[in-house]
Design a protein around this ligand. Structure first.
Ligand code: FE2
Length: 361
């Protein structure tokens, strides 16, 4: 068989956090996720609690520990709250694992068959940068997309229009980006996504280098960043210092109405990076005609970038936890296939202001 159907899509992103209950509450009420299911002592899981949340095609799991001996506790002590698992759905885990093992680049751990209420889930874990993993999940004989050990709750939230994960970005150490790009290409059959972004030399301002790997015509997109020498300390280096290792930097979630989504999130208290007003003075010249009103974008601090295929609108939240590590991006694509590199220089000025407040510049 060819290798275009080995990975189906992103399944869920699981975080290891100090208090899963609080992280779930924030995502339910500030980000509009339904609480789908819960696992913990009440459902027969003794060592942890997990909350599974969903909004349209975005599935997030928040997991915390119940005693100090837990490896989850070690993870949180070292990294703070952060992403542990970027899980991928596979149609036939046997075929996928055969392929991965034959290539011999990526380590496969913990192959498992788990009996649920309606069938059997088959899973396996692939190592990636830092302590991050990709759990492969084969739901084909599971009879349900709620994993074993969970109790279904289906507590509805007021959604904000987040539709699906566009990309998940990893930060790795200086000079390690290329070997991680190779890891996905040689180990998992991904390919490099060459985009408009690569033409733009903005390293001096953004202090990072970035390459993008993808699977199956953009079904799964993983940009990988490494720090670069720039005018100031790289934001990637700041991440690595606080996370104590490589890890997931941000998740970009797609909406089809960014103005409504961001206005709604702001009204619920979600904090976004601000953009200098000078950015908007030159914006019409840079991006030309767009459907949105420039004034409305400026009021909400939404950024715009244009490439050969169209334009995109995007905005970044402040870090979601206590350490300056993980954050979200909200993105709306109007044809553009790139990732907003033209905004790096502008965004960099804004991130610099935040770094300066923390004394890390
Ligand atoms: Fe992004």
């Amino acid at each position: 068989m060819g290798n275009e159907n080995l990975f189906d899509s992103l399944n869920a992103v699981e975080y290891y956090v100090g208090s899963a209950k609080q992280w779930a509450f924030y995502h339910q009420h500030a980000l509009g996720f339904d609480l789908k299911a819960y696992a913990g002592p009440e459902t027969g899981v003794r060592d942890r609690v997990s909350y599974l949340l969903q909004q349209n095609n975005v599935r997030l799991v928040f997991t915390s520990f119940l005693n100090y001996e837990s490896p989850i506790a070690d993870h949180v002590r070292l990294h703070g709250d952060g992403v542990k698992d970027v899980s991928m759905k596979v149609e036939n885990i046997g075929d996928t694992l055969d392929f991965v093992k034959k290539r011999g680049v990526v380590k496969v751990r913990g192959e498992n068959s788990i009996k649920g209420d309606f069938g059997t889930y088959r899973t396996a874990e692939l190592a990636t940068y830092g302590e991050t993993v990709h759990t492969l999940t084969d739901f084909s004989e599971a009879g349900s997309d709620i994993p074993a050990g969970y109790e279904e709750l289906n507590i509805k939230a007021k959604p904000v229009g987040l539709k699906k994960i566009d990309h998940v970005v990893g930060n790795v150490e200086d000079r390690m980006m290329d070997s991680w790009v190779d890891y996905y290409i040689k180990g998992l059959g991904f390919d490099q996504l060459l985009s408009f972004d690569d033409k733009d030399i903005s390293t001096e301002y953004s202090s990072l280098r970035s390459k993008v790997v993808q699977y199956g015509d953009r079904k799964i997109i993983f940009p990988i960043n490494e720090p670069a020498l720039g005018l100031k300390k790289s934001q990637i280096q700041e991440y690595l210092d606080y996370y104590s290792s490589p890890g997931v930097q941000h998740i970009a979630i797609e909406t089809d109405n960014i103005i409504r989504t961001v206005a709604d999130m702001k009204s619920r208290g979600v904090e976004f990076l601000s953009t200098p007003s000078s950015y908007y003075e030159t914006l019409p010249d840079r991006v030309g005609k767009i459907d949105e009103k420039f004034e409305e974008l400026q009021n909400l601090n939404i950024l715009v970038d244009r490439d050969d295929d169209g334009y995109l609108l995007q905005i970044f939240t402040k870090p979601t936890g206590d350490r300056p590590t993980f954050f979200y991006e909200v993105i709306q694509r109007k044809g553009a296939t790139s990732f907003g590199k033209g905004n790096f220089r502008e965004l960099f000025k804004s991130i610099e202001m935040e770094q300066e407040k923390r004394g890390n510049l």
